[in-house]
Design a protein. Structure first.
Length: 94
């Protein structure tokens, strides 16, 4: 089973994505701010990280930079913004 981390500070978006991904059979961890996301990334291995860009404490770009500079975690697939994943903006994939 693939393990996904969702880092999103908007509760409704977080819960909607969590519900859909769990329903589709994924193991999902959630973080409501960047600090929580960083703690989870340090503790676990993920197949995919979905992150918002602007969050309290640590932003999504800082999270991605940390992941990309870690020799073990640098190959994680990730999306720079949840909005781009559902097609509401044009941020694009990192």
């Amino acid at each position: 089973m693939s393990r996904i981390l969702i880092a999103e500070d908007e509760v409704l978006m977080l819960k909607a994505l969590e519900f859909k991904l769990k329903k589709d059979g994924y193991q999902v961890d959630v973080a409501s701010d960047g600090k929580q996301a960083m703690e989870k990334i340090k503790e676990h291995t993920y197949d995919l990280i979905l992150t918002d860009i602007m969050m309290p404490f640590v932003g999504g770009m800082e999270i991605l930079s940390y992941v990309k500079n870690d020799p073990i975690k640098k190959n994680y697939p990730s999306f720079a913004d949840l909005c781009c994943w559902i097609g509401r903006c044009s941020v694009g994939r990192i």
